[in-house]
Design a protein around this ligand. Structure first.
Ligand code: WQD
Length: 343
């Protein structure tokens, strides 16, 4: 029976679909392509040699979501579909609550209607807000500090209420730290629209010359070199964590949240240095003012996922940089560019 992957054309969704297909799962992809490109699915077929159904559907379109469940005997759902830009969520909170929260309510309503109770949810470390300490474990206070983070926190609480109402629900909420990297083929990767908000895609666009220099948002944090420290995790390690979480929800009931991080923090300047060494590309930068809402340090205690999901990140910072660079070098304009063959 197929696994429904909402947002399967996106950065983490597409990498998870590679792992699902390579593990011989049958998948169905739902995506409204508002923040992804259908070319990623063409690359998915090229990479895996497998085929799958794709529905160009918005989760707010209840009738068409109903049809997907009616037409397919879905076994479980991996739910990526959602908006994820912190700054944009501050400017457009209603858009974020509608899209992320209401979209999830439609999805879970259809799941209940068709007796589908296995769900892996794409949550985020942003639910911890300004953590009281590092490393962060799952029992830390949950105090989101922006509308995007509040949508993730609200959805986690909604999912817990669903399990209270019906113990058949089997749910894993995965709290991502900072996903970077790309599939080693260079065929799929992170393809943000416009100027990247996140650090690694900004660095790779400086490396290709698309952007002139990196602005380092503050070097006066209480960290070893004054720049922000984050837990960067390879997107393929993250994808594999979803397969482990799927296996768990298929074999048990209940609701659990898991940190998917490496447990190791790196500063902005450490990432720049690692990227320069791995890619051979110089990254010019300037020190700029702090970005509102940023915190000094954020990295995971991943031990619960190691214990309960039998999952642990494996890839190094060097591999994350090498794979990010290979994707960007071969796809200077993301999915809009034909893949450039690198001799
Ligand atoms: C990382 C570090 C910046 C850009 C965000 C979301 C979070 C999650 C992951 C979805 C910080 C610095 C960045 C730049 C810089 N997304 N930086 N110059 O903010 O840790 O997390 O993405 O779940 O919800 O908040 O990631 O990559 O934006 O920033 O100096 O041009 O790089 O200050 O220290 P962040 P990021």
């Amino acid at each position: 029976m197929p696994i429904l992957v909402t947002g399967g054309a996106g950065f983490i969704g597409s990498h998870t679909c590679v792992e699902l297909l390579n593990s011989n799962y049958e998948i169905i992809i739902l995506d409204n392509f508002s923040n992804s490109n259908i070319e990623s699915l063409n690359r998915l077929k090229e990479l895996t040699g497998k085929n799958f159904e794709v529905y160009d559907v918005d989760l707010l379109d209840k009738e068409n979501v109903d049809n997907i469940f009616k037409e397919n005997h879905i076994e479980a759902v991996i739910h990526f579909a959602g908006l994820k830009a912190v700054g944009e969520s501050v400017e457009k909170p209603n858009y974020y609550y509608q899209n992320n929260v209401t979209g999830t309510l439609v999805l879970t309503e259809m799941m209940q209607k068709y007796n589908v109770y296995n769900l892996v949810f794409s949550s985020s470390a942003t639910v911890y807000g300004i953590p009281k300490a590092v490393p962060i474990s799952e029992d830390f206070p949950l105090i989101a500090t922006n509308p995007y983070g509040r949508t993730k926190l609200m959805i986690e609480k909604i999912l817990r209420d669903l399990n209270v109402s019906n113990k058949d629900w089997s749910i894993a909420s995965l709290r991502y730290f900072n996903p970077i990297g790309a599939h080693e083929s260079g065929l799929i990767g992170e393809d943000p629209k416009g100027i990247p908000n996140n650090l690694m895609p900004y660095i790779t666009q400086v490396a290709t010359g698309k952007l002139p220099e990196l602005s380092v948002f503050g070097n006066d944090y209480s960290t070893p070199d004054g720049t922000g420290v984050r837990d960067y995790i390879h997107v393929v390690d993250l994808a594999k964590g979803h397969i482990k979480a799927l296996e768990k929800v298929l074999s048990t009931n209940g609701v659990e949240s898991y940190n998917l991080g490496t447990g190791q923090g790196y500063s902005v300047l450490e990432l720049v240095d690692a990227f320069e060494k791995a890619s051979g590309q110089k990254i010019p930068y300037k020190i700029a003012p702090r970005r509102p809402g940023d915190i000094a340090e954020c990295y995971a205690d991943p031990s619960k996922a190691e214990r309960e999901l039998d999952w642990k990140s494996e890839k190094s910072l060097e591999e994350m940089c090498l794979d990010s660079w290979r994707w960007q070098e071969r796809n200077p304009d993301g999915y809009l560019s034909k893949t450039v063959e690198i001799k």
